[in-house]
Design a protein around this ligand. Structure first.
Ligand SMILES: *[C@@H]1O[C@H](CO)[C@@H](O)[C@H](O)[C@H]1NC(C)=O
Ligand SMILES: *[C@@H]1O[C@H](CO)[C@@H](O)[C@H](O)[C@H]1NC(C)=O
Length: 317
């Protein structure tokens, strides 16, 4: 009886009724949770430190732990091998005009890095036919909703049967296309794959795909959505998404299941906050099976929590 009462209180805390104090964060800030669990990247060695495109490119050919020290620009699109961790040193390391491509690989960690603007027409992080990826505490953006929608592609895309991915504590902002999971209605072999967890992220001023999921299974919790002009979580082609304890402000179609594809997706939303122009259009209800344990922070606190504890300079190397 008491356990049931406690559960009821926890659920209430996820609604607007009891906002936790601003700094009260229940979720751990340095922990891999969700479908990407078990990703170990390049392991725990001290690795190689790089500070230029050429040293980074050379290090990528060996994999293992790669520490990026400072800002590196204009490397183009670089290939990442299996069993690699790419970690930012301190609070202002990262890339501009550089994209990472993971193709036919497994076990990659990317943490504490800023990615400022993709190479022209390219994605910032592009994952194809790859498994076990953890993106954490990054800041990924371009120049805003200016220029052509297709000048750059996505901020974080996964396709061609990729699977077991977690995206946490990352600030996505100022870009047209956010995160595309499953690239085509025709890719029916993606059914049963594309399991991805998004938690404690912010999506601010990104036009759409926050994320867009075809065929797969997505769990989106404790994230902050602000001023995204077209759509938020878009479930398509029978995908299943669970959307809980997020704050959606000024994000039309915050959760939608019948947009832009031949078949609808499924969604379940609970304990979210919707304000301003935010709406939902859920035509089919359904959620993926979540078999891991996780700690969601309440919707009313997540924007403050992610602003303070997300992005670069929080977990440093
Ligand atoms: C990655 O590491 C695992 C475990 O050590 C190993 O079995 C596998 O061969 C490695 N993969 C590559 C491509 O090096
Ligand atoms: C939701 O987020 C917006 C944008 O950060 C914020 O202004 C608003 O206060 C938040 N809503 C609640 C109920 O905390």
């Amino acid at each position: 009886m008491q356990l049931i009462n406690l559960a009821a209180i926890a659920l209430t805390a996820g609604s607007t009724a009891f906002a936790a104090p601003l700094n009260a964060r229940a979720a751990a800030v340095d922990q891999l949770v969700g479908f990407g669990a078990g990703t170990t990247g390049g392991g725990s060695g001290s690795g190689t430190t790089v500070n230029s495109c050429s040293t980074f490119e050379a290090a990528l050919k060996n994999g293992g732990v790669i520490k990026v020290n400072g800002k590196i620009s204009g490397c183009g699109i670089l290939k990442v091998l299996s069993n690699t961790s790419i970690l930012g040193v301190g609070s202002s390391s990262g890339f501009s005009g550089t994209g990472l491509r993971l193709k036919d690989v497994s076990n990659v960690i990317i943490r504490n890095l800023e990615f400022n603007t993709a190479p022209s027409k390219g994605d910032i992080i592009d994952i194809e036919s790859s498994t076990k990826v953890w993106l954490d505490h990054c800041d990924i953006h371009s120049k805003g909703l200016v220029g052509g929608k297709d000048d750059y592609d996505g901020l974080f895309d996964a396709k061609h049967g990729s699977d077991f991915i977690t995206v946490s504590w990352t600030k996505f902002h100022d870009h047209w296309k956010g995160s595309l999971i499953g690239h085509s209605d025709k890719q029916t072999s993606d059914a049963g794959k594309l399991h991805i967890t998004y938690h404690h992220n912010s999506f601010i001023n990104v036009n759409s795909r926050l994320p867009s999921v075809r065929f797969g299974a997505a769990h989106v919790y404790s994230s902050c959505y602000q001023n995204n002009p077209t759509s938020g979580v878009n479930s398509r082609m029978g995908a299943k998404v669970l959307v809980e304890q997020n704050n959606f402000s000024n994000t039309p179609l915050s959760v939608v299941t019948d947009l832009d594809s031949a078949e609808e997706g499924f969604a379940t939303e609970r304990n979210n906050i919707f304000s301003g122009t935010s709406t939902t259009r859920i035509t089919k209800t359904g959620a993926p099976t979540i078999s891991y344990s996780y700690t969601a922070d309440p919707a009313a606190s997540v924007c403050d929590i992610v602003a303070k504890s997300g992005g670069v300079g929080v977990v440093t190397f």
